[in-house]
Design a protein around this ligand. Sequence first.
Ligand code: SF4
Ligand code: SF4
Length: 396
Amino acid sequence: MNIRVNQKNGENLSILGFGCMRFPTKGGGIDEPRAIAMIHDAIANGVNYFDTAYIYHGGKSESLLGQALLGGYREKVKIATKLPPFMVKTLDNAKKIFATQLQRLQTGYIDYYLLHMLTDKAGFDRLSSIGVLEWLEGLKQIGTVKNIGFSFHGSRADFEAIVKAYPWDFCQIQYNYMDENNQATKSGLQLAHSLGIPVIVMEPLRGGKLVNNLPTEVIKTFKSYDTNRSPAEWALRWVWNHPEVNVLLSGMSNEEQVADNIRIASDVVAKSFTQRELEVFDHVKKVMIERTKVPCTGCAYCMPCPAGVDIPGCFSSLNDKYLLKDKSARWKYMQTLGALSVNPANASRCKECGKCESHCPQNIAIRKELKVVVKEMEGIFYKPVVGVARKILRIK
Ligand code: SF4
Ligand code: SF4
């Protein structure tokens, strides 16, 4: 197993982290014996970073991980878990959730603690204003939390605002070959790295979308280089080729995936892609882009929008729906465009001022295309559903 050193605290972290949100299931719950055996196998093969969250598997992921780490395993690994901001209205809420997490994980400390799924700076400011960061710093001083970080799904601009707003110990972003210019983006990854902040990568396979339902030409292109290398292996190697990535999280669901990921993580080398391999990706991306609805490259020259629309984010969601046949695209659109955050950035906020269009190097008719996004990704139920959810969650 390859390791990369955490530049903030000197810890050796396995480049493969075990994402604990997709354990094997049986009868509607986690298949515990299998999941525990997979965790033990991963540890035996050098995996030392386990990423869970309060909400994964309906709250059962943390308990399963705690159970699996009894008997001497706990000391061999780092546990990362997350505070769900949407369940935290007061500092007391956060304290109760944290106490439950320690109990579920059967541990006295959390190695890597994240504010889960921040989407904008306003979300961070809200948590800060109720004292969450101060409280976490207190926990860090007594060793109950070792590292404070955040996971992120939002725009490049919001990522920069958040990453610069606090002396983070680490951060976690969505990154894969189709998200090079989406969400935090490659330049966001490089920014965090340049600030000395370790980066954990999630969704290297976009939740399996870069493995399933790929266009035939993409599969053929991958095979033309190496008939044995699967699309999943290509995607993982692409992420690890970036030296700025400390840990890649893989939500492993079966024994074969564990074995395969360990094999790849044991021989991959950063910045080792050959010219030919880079050409394979160039072609794959070209095919993928050709099939996209809107030829947006995510460059963000059109930003910021005075009405708060995340223009590249809107187009990325629409493209995913068609290119990857992503059935959960609408849900992800709601999530990444901040439907439940303080500052939503969805397409229907566009006031049609036209300010963005002259800046677009792709000459995209942004106003017209945003209307397509509204029709395809919001539809008639978006406003009432989001309105009710915001009322329940008391989001202004
Ligand atoms: S046209 Fe719409 S998306 Fe473009 S800047 Fe104006 S409000 Fe924003
Ligand atoms: S300027 Fe054009 S290509 Fe760049 S992000 Fe905006 S819409 Fe996309």
